[in-house]
Design a protein around this ligand. Structure first.
Ligand SMILES: [Zn+2]
Length: 370
């Protein structure tokens, strides 16, 4: 049985569809070579696979848990074992070696998050286990609600760690906990979640339905200067620009603050143009959850969130907010850059796309179907 710091499964990055097949093939090869992987081991893996696959959450979370189960997450100790030369300290605390057990269960920042979520007891139990195999067994035996919460927590914590590694702003434990809560509750409410569907898997911008206008908004933040920008673009079902805007933000609290300002400016533009059926699309998942939940308590931007909701309630006959990946939000991102680089205090509006952004807009339309 592999200890957390022991040998790692071969492979590394699996696609959701092929993960199981690759693992089985790997086992078969190992057992042929007589290294590891007995028939008992393989039936245990089948059982784990079935258990993980039956969980009521999107494929990418299952895939993440599957990789955790085989200790093949790209944590720094695993990368070092693959022969990479790197600093093996934990991305989050910068103190201890980063293996899966440390990052997910023992790191002081993981502890903060679990306190925030009321999962401290679960975390403690999981942190005492010796290896991935035991961890997955305990996880699969949990009551459904706990299981979803723990899986979403581990997954979001992993994402947060990756974002921090990429140099993004570190979210507070309350912010990460808010995302986890919203997402876990969403999965618990939708028992019929399609097995293979990825809820955030849209790769390209999509045109809105016929009588709907779509706002894409994005914020940009420079942590060195504390300044930022916002960008928003409203398009119709033909993919044509109805209105676009960009502005400079002199004092931003953080990246999320600029995201919220961008959404608010987008909603205001839609309101001024007298629009009725409006969809707001953002790549900031925290913003989406803040707008669909009433429990938002992140006070620094709470007033702005409230303002967006108030405008939407008063002025639109329908309003929804959806989350997209960054690829779908490239036009809004370009406007946010224009805003960020513009002179202090300026706001610009367009009725047709400016040069530079028009190319991105055309590429959105080229790949988009309703
Ligand atoms: Zn740590």
């Amino acid at each position: 049985m592999n200890a957390w710091h022991g040998t790692m499964t071969k492979g590394g990055i699996f696609s959701v569809k092929s993960a199981y097949k690759v693992q089985m093939e790997d086992n078969r090869r190992r057992s042929v070579r007589g290294v590891q992987g007995t028939s008992a081991g393989s039936s245990l893996q089948k059982e784990h696979w079935a258990g993980i696959w039956a969980m009521n959450c999107p494929g990418k979370i299952k895939h993440f848990i599957w990789r955790l189960a085989h200790n093949s997450l790209a944590v720094r100790m695993n990368l070092e074992r693959r022969g990479m030369e790197l600093d093996t300290r934990c991305v989050m605390c910068n103190r201890l070696n980063e293996d899966s057990a440390h990052l997910l269960f023992k790191c002081k920042f993981a502890k903060h998050l679990c306190w925030e979520l009321g999962l401290e007891e679960k975390r403690q139990h999981l942190s005492e286990l010796q290896n991935a195999e035991e961890t997955i067994k305990v996880l699969l035996k949990m009551e459904k609600r706990d299981q979803i919460y723990v899986c979403v927590t581990l997954y979001q914590w992993w994402r947060e760690r990756n974002n921090v590694r990429e140099g993004e702003r570190r979210k507070s434990p309350a912010e990460v906990a808010f995302i986890i809560q919203a997402q876990a509750e969403e999965f618990l409410k939708n028992p019929e979640l399609p097995v293979h569907a990825s809820r955030e898997g849209v790769e390209h911008w999509k045109r809105p339905a016929e009588d709907v206008l779509k706002i894409n908004s994005d914020g940009s933040f420079n942590p060195n200067t504390g300044a930022g920008g916002w960008g928003a673009v409203i398009r119709n079902s033909m993919g044509q620009v109805v209105k676009a805007g960009a502005g400079h933000i002199h004092h931003a609290l953080d990246a999320f603050h600029t995201e919220v300002i961008a959404a608010l400016e987008g909603v205001k533009m839609a309101e001024m143009a007298g629009m009725t059926n409006v969809v707001l699309e953002t790549d900031a998942i925290l913003l989406k959850y803040a707008l669909v939940n009433n429990s938002f308590r992140l006070s620094s931007v709470g007033g702005l969130i409230h303002e967006i909701k108030a405008i939407a309630d008063a002025c639109f006959s329908s309003f929804s907010c959806c989350h997209c990946n960054r690829g779908c939000n490239q036009v809004a991102h370009a406007f946010a850059d224009i805003g960020c680089n513009g002179p202090r205090g300026t706001i610009q509006y367009w009725e047709s796309p400016p040069i530079g952004v028009d190319v991105l807009m055309a590429s959105d339309c080229a790949v988009s179907t309703v």
